[in-house]
Ligand binder design. Sequence first.
Ligand code: BGC
Length: 246
Amino acid sequence: MNVFGVDIGGSGIKGAPVDLERGKLAQERHKVLTPHPSTPDAVADGVAEVVSQFDWAGPVGITFPGVVTSGITRTAANVDKGWVDVDAATLLGDRLGGLPVTILNDADAAGIAEMTFGAGRGRKGTVMLLTFGTGIGSAVFIDGRLVPNTELGHLELHGHDAEKNASTRAKDDEGLSWHHWAHRVQKYLQHVEMLFSPELFIIGGGVSRKADKFVPLIKGIRAEIVPAELQNNAGIVGAAMAAAGG
Ligand code: BGC
């Protein structure tokens, strides 16, 4: 079965029909730039534009870079503040001509995809996917079951919001070397490990493609650390899986 998945990110809104048996895109994805300011209306137009490139009439799963409970977007750390307490499922469903819409946190979506088709396949115990990008996203699984909206990117580290210190945006903005940044990621992972003692950390986000540049530099963590396998498409695949009901 195919279901449509859309990933709303800081730079782009990407989507494609997903083949749920294989966990792969069934067609090449379409991408539009994320509007600035990224207001709910402007982003909804972008989502509609992506879906309209395909002859699609079924369910649509959509990721959002913030807390989502029962279709309502609750936080907006790296998008327009107008998203706080918006009934996004209704807004996006209306904009898509009444198609059934499921909306969930972006890291949760990526985690769902990785647990079934990627680095978390068959893994029991506590597994954490952490996405490093504009922010830090987290998805926590206990024996394969998601604890949604964990928001571990906003843990306080040295008195600051952790994602301001250890995201790839911090690396870029401050011009940090891989070594310097890996050290910050290490401190962050140590803090998360102290709190949760996971068996496995899956490192996601665009930077997972360059895992060989920084994962070997991270020391002193008991848990296994592996890069995500679905990389850029994890959000789209996970969104489609969520819309299909799991
Ligand atoms: C948001 C999370 C999101 C993460 C990655 C954080 O700033 O609070 O909800 O998963 O960024 O986009």
